[in-house]
Design a protein around this ligand. Structure first.
Ligand code: 5GP
Ligand code: ZN
Length: 146
């Protein structure tokens, strides 16, 4: 959709730090992370939010989110992970292109600290991309599974 930042990112017409991309979904770093490793799983096609996204794409996005939750909890030692999608301005949605937040919680604090953000630096982005890189096969396994 014209003017949509996530459409532009999915088509490589705007910059982002990518962890993974296939023909249906992209996994990018959130530009204002709550904590290090805050990722967004987005559909490549434009849908407003979960209520108008086809179930095949919802399934792929959430499978990727589940794989990322496993990577953070089991392999990278995060004590917690939030997996969240916001639908509608009233729910706090700011980018009206379907996406799911995967947010490792290294410090704790849960929902109370969801609004405390910092600007992503290129050093932090590189660190996160390298942290996930050895586990991309887990994302592929989740996406290939029944
Ligand atoms: P929402 O509240 O819509 O669920 O969250 C949108 C998220 O997208 C926010 O966490 C925000 O920091 C992130 N975001 C907004 N614009 C951009 C952008 O241009 N690039 C990236 N990587 N993230 C963005
Ligand atoms: Zn879009």
């Amino acid at each position: 959709m014209a003017g949509c930042i996530f459409c532009k990112i999915a088509k490589s017409e705007a910059p982002a730090h990518f962890v993974y991309q296939d023909s249906d979904i992209s996994i990018i770093l959130d530009i204002y992370p709550v904590e290090k490793g805050h990722l967004l799983v987005i559909s490549n096609e434009h849908y407003e939010s979960i209520h108008d996204t086809p179930s095949r794409i919802i399934s792929k996005v959430f499978r990727a989110a589940a794989a990322l939750a496993r990577i953070y909890r089991v392999y990278l030692g995060a004590p917690g992970v939030n997996v969240v999608t916001n639908s509608g301005r009233a729910a706090g949605q700011e980018v009206f292109h379907f996406h799911v937040h995967v947010l490792p919680r290294w410090r704790g604090g849960g929902w109370r600290t969801l609004t405390m953000r910092h600007r992503l630096t290129s050093e932090e982005a590189e660190e996160v991309v390298n942290m996930i890189k050895p586990y991309i096969h887990i994302i592929e396994e989740y996406l290939a599974g029944e």
